[in-house]
Design a protein around this ligand. Structure first.
Ligand SMILES: Cc1cc2nc3c(=O)[nH]c(=O)nc-3n(C[C@H](O)[C@H](O)[C@H](O)COP(=O)(O)OP(=O)(O)OC[C@H]3O[C@@H](n4cnc5c(N)ncnc54)[C@H](O)[C@@H]3O)c2cc1C
Length: 478
């Protein structure tokens, strides 16, 4: 007998979707290419944002989904999809309550106004002590129980290759396994396969020439998105891509980065820069103490995504490291090895070793020292107490980094995959999570928690709605 619903991808959106379907009595298969569940939660910071949670009310924080929506639209420069954001924020408070019921222990000080991205107007950001793993630890016991009880048919090691279409309707999936190809059929297929921010070839085709380190989990290859595109689904939002600043390449030449191992400590809300930021011409391009991450991110992207931190020996401070994850000793060791970090006795030689234009950098350092002496910087930097004078001199290469993908399949307000923005829905095919593109939930910038929370919320919402549609037929045939 056909399965009622197939959920492809057992990650942040897929787990809540499958749990909800199964708890409504719908037969559900979960097709997952990895040999474990959890998806991006294994790597994610797991920050969430929600208005109207019990936790917020218990702290007397006045907030509403309307305020949240307005903040997201403002922060994303009006580029997010308001219908999708509305769906997500209206469900978000209930998602936080649900996680609490599942055992998620929110730290006492939360929710807070978070300054890692440009801030919301209200305290509505939450995360667990184990970051994304805290979310997984809340979801997985419930999911595992439903699997053990035979309510969810979990197929690990099944990689979706194609969506099966008959008479214009999606009727199932084809998946590769270690032992061959299998086909599963269902009344509806939900794509929760995540983003493509680990797929270098796809990313570079979308953003030719942009320097960006990929920091997503290896599973984020965009396969679900590509399968949907092959049957006519639309694609939108990649033009909204914005990299995070401070990426440090993990292995030279690999183009990847793990932000938990090394990340430039660039947020002026945490640490005031003692270095200058320069582009390949050796020119400064932004006030390094600019508090808006959005301004910093846009400035770097306008430069093509590649920059160096340049500083002198006097700027190294063990207590406030330039690169989070590196001690001063590690920084000096890396510099001695000359891989991604360089050291030299004079600024011109430093530039030659690091690959920066030497004349440009010498001029910039001289201008910077003059600005510090004069107490006035043409770029408006206020922290002028670190001239670059005391050798040896250092340069750390940095690129934009992305842990998410902004492009995704087009969906309508019912989360039905469509044949383009505003196009006809493809019968039988639905999507939630990063496969619909972070641009849909955040526009062209970052709003805290607006990937993880929409993934959970829209996954649950789809589960409920599909249960209402297919559940009745399912109960009749059970
Ligand atoms: C380092 C890092 C930090 C982050 N921090 C935050 C944060 O603090 N807040 C926030 O909101 N967002 C954050 N994000 C983004 C957020 O974690 C993700 O957008 C979100 O978790 C994605 O959920 P998802 O369900 O769409 O995809 P995933 O959780 O990635 O799940 C997709 C699943 O589909 C499976 N899959 C993929 N292709 C196939 C296929 N062909 N066949 C079968 N299965 C397949 C994958 O193996 C995976 O298990 C971060 C991401 C990273 C990497």
């Amino acid at each position: 007998m056909d399965l009622a619903v197939i959920v492809v991808g057992a990650g942040t959106a897929g787990l809540p979707c499958a749990i909800t379907l199964a708890e409504h009595g719908v037969r559900v298969a979960v097709v997952e290419k990895a040999d474990n569940v959890g998806g991006a939660l294994h790597l994610s910071a797991g920050q969430m944002s929600a208005a109207g949670s019990r936790l917020q009310r218990s702290k007397g924080i006045e907030d509403s989904p309307e305020h949240h929506l307005a903040d997201v639209m403002r922060l994303g420069h009006g580029k997010a999809d308001p219908a999708i954001v509305r769906l997500a924020v209206e469900e978000a408070g209930a998602s936080i309550d649900w996680l609490e019921e599942l055992g998620f222990a929110f730290p006492d000080d939360q929710p807070i106004i978070y300054y890692g991205h440009d801030p919301y107007t209200r305290a509505r950001t939450y995360w667990g002590s184990e970051l994304g793993i805290s979310v997984l630890n809340a979801l997985q016991p419930r999911f595992d129980k439903l699997v053990a009880d035979g309510k969810i048919d979990l197929r690990l090691g099944h990689r979706l290759t194609d969506l099966l279409v008959e008479d214009g309707r999606v009727v199932g999936v084809r998946a590769e396994t270690a032992t061959g190809t299998v086909e599963l059929r269902a009344e509806a297929v939900v794509l929760t396969t995540g983003g493509y921010a680990a797929n270098r070839a796809f990313f570079d085709r979308l953003h030719p020439g942009l320097h960006v380190l990929l920091g997503a989990r290896e599973t984020s290859q965009g396969e679900g998105l590509l399968a949907a595109q092959r049957i006519g689904a639309g694609f939108r939002g990649a033009e909204h891509h914005l990299s995070t600043v401070g990426g440090i390449e993990t292995e030279p030449g690999q183009g990847t980065s793990n932000l938990w191992e090394a990340l430039g400590n660039t947020n002026a809300n945490n640490r005031i820069a003692r270095e200058i930021y320069v582009n390949p011409a050796g020119r400064r391009y932004v006030a390094e103490d600019e508090p808006s991450q959005d301004v910093q991110e846009r400035a770097l992207q306008a430069e093509g995504g590649l920059m160096w931190f340049v500083f002198d020996e006097a700027a190294i401070d063990e207590d406030e490291p330039l690169v989070m994850g590196w001690s001063a000793e590690m920084l000096r060791e890396q510099a001695a090895a000359g891989e991604g970090v360089w050291v030299a006795a004079d600024v011109g030689e430093l530039a030659r070793r690091a690959g920066i234009d030497p004349t440009g950098l010498e001029r910039t350092v001289s201008d910077w020292n003059a600005a510090c002496a004069a107490g006035s910087d043409p770029l408006g930097r206020k922290a002028l107490d670190h001239p670059i004078r005391t050798g040896p001199f250092y340069a750390v290469r940095s690129e934009g980094i992305t842990v998410i993908s902004f492009g995704g399949v087009t969906v309508d307000g019912e989360l039905r995959v469509t044949r383009g923005d505003g196009g006809e829905p493809i019968p039988g095919l639905y999507a939630a999570g990063e496969v619909i593109g972070a641009g849909a939930t955040m526009g062209d910038a970052f709003s805290s928690g607006m990937c993880v929370t929409p993934a959970i919320s829209l996954g649950r919402l789809l589960g409920r709605r599909l249960a209402a549609q297919v559940g009745a037929a399912e109960l009749l045939t059970a």
